[in-house]
Design a binder for this molecule. Structure first.
Ligand SMILES: Cc1cc2nc3c(=O)[nH]c(=O)nc-3n(C[C@H](O)[C@H](O)[C@H](O)COP(=O)(O)OP(=O)(O)OC[C@H]3O[C@@H](n4cnc5c(N)ncnc54)[C@H](O)[C@@H]3O)c2cc1C
Length: 477
């Protein structure tokens, strides 16, 4: 390692996941000399992001990657929600002619790796694990040897356990909300072609989307305590299986029983800091949320493009705070409302269903916000405020019945307390961001008081038994 000067680059990017790879392409196309270091050649095979919202699809296309033509992908027209109240499914199509895409994570990342390997300005170093980040120097191990590079700027695109983030003195321990169990079903079709499906009414929300060639990914959100039970497979097979369309049930149960599934932890870490001009965080290293709204890659690609296009770090950080605040609030809010079975969450969820059912404009706004095409916190706040008012009115209406009084009082109290901690948490997070990252832990602690992840276990409250009783069966149109 000693004796000769380490190679020098304009930018050294740690992590060649989807965001690091896009970041490398964006910098190289802007004329920078880039080193891209990736520790784990097997990383793309893990259970991770497969749904790309329209802006992310456009980004990939701009770099010449047309995943839509890959046999392992499907176009994403939007979402369809199957509420637990037994009512008709609610369609949430992307507005206009926008299209998203679903594609196996490994295919997304390997296509990007092919692109970075062929890009003249990028030195792609698979198998290079960065061990130390100090000033302009990165020290890494590769093929058993210790090596280093220097760069004017280091970019941490190294995901949730980011070594670059740690080098900035920021915490890398996220709050784990739940686990995601992923199953790939072959030779099956979803009820609504080209749509991501969300089924409500189980122990946690269930997501399903097509992956091309009659393959369907099923993602079960499972509370951690539930997954710790010895009879977890049977419990999931029955309680979640009962919610699935009949045609999918046999292969779903078979896959679970034969252990053909992958598990990933769902963490929450609000974005507080992007680092400093010489050491910048992007993608999951900057922050991440429960994958229910599928915004991880879309926001990460936005970080990568904004960083490559900006000459001024402060301007970049300000721009990203603006652009990511609404998707962040939405990701946290949607998980809170759709994964919880406490009364205050149920009344909120029912208010959301009512708004979607009665107002096309609300459906349209929801998909714009989900797709990160609309990043206005004012519009999101307005929509959220209306939903809360609707939820409160519904509780008040029920409280006219004297017997429902104690329930109404307790539900309203819980709703107000939770909203209060949420509001305080986001205010502190905002202050911490403005202060450049200080106060990160305090904001997290306060926010956590409103978050499902830090609340009492839901296992005893789900009311689902191993035989699946209590589960609303799938209702097709
Ligand atoms: C179950 C699940 C489902 C999801 N679904 C969606 C979805 O549908 N849509 C969506 O947009 N997002 C989704 N996400 C989130 C999405 O996967 C992430 O936001 C995305 O992968 C983040 O990309 P990244 O490049 O920032 O980080 P990562 O994908 O984590 O990549 C980081 C890379 O850095 C490498 N690395 C780490 N440490 C080092 C080191 N010291 N030296 C060198 N390299 C290092 C890792 O090996 C890895 O390749 C989901 C996540 C989960 C868990």
């Amino acid at each position: 390692m000693t004796g000769h000067r380490p190679p020098r680059y304009d930018v050294a990017i740690v992590g060649a996941g989807p965001v690091g790879s896009v970041c490398a392409l964006a910098h190289a196309r802007g004329g920078a000399r880039v080193a891209l270091l990736e520790a784990n050649n097997g990383a793309p095979r893990r259970l991770a992001g497969e749904w790309l919202h329209p802006p992310a699809v456009r980004t990939l296309r701009d770099f010449g990657l047309d995943l839509g033509s890959a046999p392992d992908s499907s176009e994403g027209k939007g979402f369809v929600v199957f509420p637990e109240d037994g009512g008709d499914p609610i369609m949430l199509p992307y507005p206009g002619s926008s299209l998203g895409l679903s594609c196996e994570h490994a295919v997304i990342v390997s296509s990007l790796h092919e692109a970075v390997a062929n890009e003249p300005g990028i030195d792609f170093m698979p198998g290079a694990r960065v061990r130390e980040v100090e000033r302009e120097r990165l020290t890494f191990t590769r093929n058993g040897a210790v090596q280093s590079v220097t760069a004017g700027r280091t970019v941490g695109a190294d995901g949730r356990s980011s070594v670059v983030r740690r080098s900035l003195g920021l915490s890398t321990s996220p709050k784990t909300c739940s686990l995601m169990v992923g199953i790939l079903l072959e030779d099956v079709e979803l009820p609504v072609d080209g749509y991501g499906h969300m089924l409500c009414g189980g122990p946690g929300p269930i997501l399903m989307y097509p992956l091309g060639g009659n393959r369907v990914r099923v993602l079960l959100d499972v509370p951690r305590e539930r997954w710790a039970r010895p009879d977890r497979v049977e419990v999931m097979a029955s309680s979640c299986g009962a919610l699935l369309p009949e045609a999918l049930r046999p292969s779903f149960v078979q896959a679970l029983r034969s252990g053909e599934y992958s598990v990933a932890a769902n963490g929450v870490k609000p974005r507080i800091s992007y680092g400093h001009p010489g050491r910048v965080l992007v993608g999951d290293a900057a922050g991440h949320y429960h994958p229910l709204t599928g915004v991880g890659m879309t926001l990460g690609f936005g970080d990568a493009l904004a960083l490559a296009e900006s000459d001024d770090f402060n301007e970049f950080a300000r721009g990203r705070v603006q652009a990511t605040r609404a998707p962040e609030l939405l990701a946290i809010g949607v998980y809170e409302a759709f994964a919880d079975r406490r009364d205050e969450a149920v009344v909120l969820r029912q208010a959301v269903y009512r708004s979607w059912r009665t107002a096309p404009a609300v459906r349209d706004r929801t998909t714009r916000l989900l797709a990160c095409e609309d990043t206005s916190t004012v519009r999101l706040g307005f929509a959220f405020g209306l939903t809360v008012v609707r939820a409160i009115l519904a509780v008040v209406r029920r409280s006219r019945d004297e017997r429902a009084w104690p329930w109404a009082r307790e539900t309203l109290r819980s709703l107000v307390v939770r909203l209060w901690w949420l509001w305080r948490g986001f205010r502190l997070a905002y202050k911490a961001r403005s202060a450049g990252g200080g106060g990160d832990e305090r904001a997290r602690r306060v926010l956590a008081r409103a978050l499902l992840v830090s609340m009492r276990s839901r296992t005893d409250e789900t009311g689902f038994s191993a035989d699946g009783s209590g589960v609303r069966a799938f209702k097709s149109e």
